[in-house]
Design a protein around this ligand. Sequence first.
Ligand code: WT7
Length: 685
Amino acid sequence: MANQVYKPNPAMKPSPHLGSMKEYEKMYKRSIESPEEFWQDIAKQFHWETPPTGKFCSYNFDVTKGPISIKWMEGATTNICYNLLDRNVRKGMGDKIAFYWAGNDPEDYSRLTYKKLLIQVCKFANVLKEKGVTKGDRVAIYMPMILETVVAMLACARIGAVHSVVFAGFSSDSLAERLIDAKAKVLVTADGVWRGEKLLCLKEICDAAMDRSKKLGHEVESCILVKHLPRLSAFQSRDGDGKVNDAEKSPEKRKAYDYQVPWNEDRDCWWDDEMDDASSSCYPVWVSAEDPLFLLYTSGSTGKPKGVVHTTGGYLIYAATTFKYVFDYHPGDVYWCTADVGWITGHTYVVYGPLANGATSVLFEGLPFHPHNGRYWEIVEQYNVNQFYTAPTAIRALMKFGDGPVKKYKLDSLRVLGSVGEPINAEAWLWYYNVVGGGKCSIVDTFWQTETGGHVLTPLPGCTPMKPGSATFPFFGVLPVLLDEKGKEIEGPGEGYLVFRRPWPGIMRTINGNHQRFEATYFQKFPGFYTSGDGARRDEDGYLWITGRMDDMLNVSGHLLSTAEVEGALSEHPSVSEAAVVARPHPVKGECLHCFISTKDGVQFSPKLVDDLRKKVREKIGPFAAPEYIQHAPALPKTRSGKIVRRILKKVALNDRSLGDISTLADESIIENLFANLPGKDLKT
Ligand code: WT7
């Protein structure tokens, strides 16, 4: 089944930008043979205040020849916010909807046109200026999926400030670490947000993070808060005389009523109060093509997150071009990406890519299961969504409810279905294709990373014949190569390290404050190449299949985590002497965490300790990282030099006794004990 080829629907209307593999191959060839001309032509659609002066692209990908550097359009100046908003308004699209906003509850919705978005952005840019923010300053954004989040990001871009959006599911410790690393001057947040039926008190988390940051030597100067909670009145049921009466019903609602937003007079202010007085005109600050646009933190194998730096010019043209071709966006389409703005997918394919194309998008605050399991499909029907982009973990979770909730809605408008974040298994792919897409949509399984800025391997709708689970072929300008362990190139069918031979415009430029780590992480292993960290297989037809991470990273519900990061959190518990974490397959999350814990002398391993450890990970990283399995390991399998052998722990986690060669272990006798302590019985997946 999985190797069957699914041809794109020949009746796709409007006809796709690229109608055949021949057209793709022609364009791809040009992008590789004459990359500068290829991207120069694309750059012409956008506004450059001054044109590039030097080479259109210059780079060094070889650590043995000098520092790694990547530059596109050097000498050019522009403003990405101007290109996304002013340029589209000037083209006559001022009254076009930029975003339909759908809240956590179906009763909560609004919309924003390009013109109105521009006004809001200008006003907030002036608010930021008022707070002393100037070009190059860092602004942290810890927000729900609301229109103000987009406004805040673009306001930064308008004045050349660098935004650092932190996913509002991260804990206060994680937020603090990011505030410090970015030296954030201002933090933009909201009082709170409902996630399904759960209330998140964002300001409390921010306060804890700002306190911690201050203690560690970095003080955030201002905190601007959107008043978001009172707007959610629809969530509260009212009795005959309109009196809110559900406060007593659930402890979560009780919490909302009792929630007093903590306040620091010298530092905090309400978004609306500031906006009231702000002027709605703000001239854009022209920045260099290579000036930073944003930082976005991603997990690193050392446990310390990396502040990935993306710059302005190259990112703009890459986000715009991938969006147009990968989603086959046509004027009049309604596009919806469910990703949170706190991840790279939210940056490139909720904000920058769609707006650069003058697109109309849905911005959704809620969850797929609230208030019912058909919420996604309800929204697709309501807004006539043409392109829908989500993660395999969501697809697998929704599949569990069967076809019923999907079939209840009219989904004829759908043309393109996107998948991102992890490999999509054939079963989920086929369900997406047949049940959601009615067998007539193109599925784009987009492989990319926070670091790549945009899609790098992906099918193109109406063009690429699809194989379930394959990310197929490279996007324009991208040259993937497979290498073996020794760095020898694998040609034709085979499996190896997925690396890239040259930069495309949207690739990251450095790690915030640590160029050396950038070089060491991505360029050291195979000089001359960007190493993705993933493995891939090329089949007989040249299709690329991602096989998963080759390093100590794991992917829980599409979120990358490093084993070191989780081990670090667990080891902070006073009862733990040592912790080792491995990934283990999970039917919905893709992967989940299995932790092996050695306790200190005299400490009992108990259910309470397991609870505490889970709590610890939630506190240090965030709820999404909470381990599924935590087991006692009186001793861990180690080599004679003391290195933990995770390969063996992975097998133990699966209750799989085919351990292979264990002669390198310092003490083989400890293994039996690990099997004996496995939590649960029928573990074999
Ligand atoms: C890692 C990057 C790119 C936005 C979301 C994640 C995995 C991503 C796919 C895919 C197989 C995928 C890789 C990659 N991944 N997309 N279509 N097929 N694996 O961004 O947090 O930077 O994670 O996600 O392992 O390296 P990220």
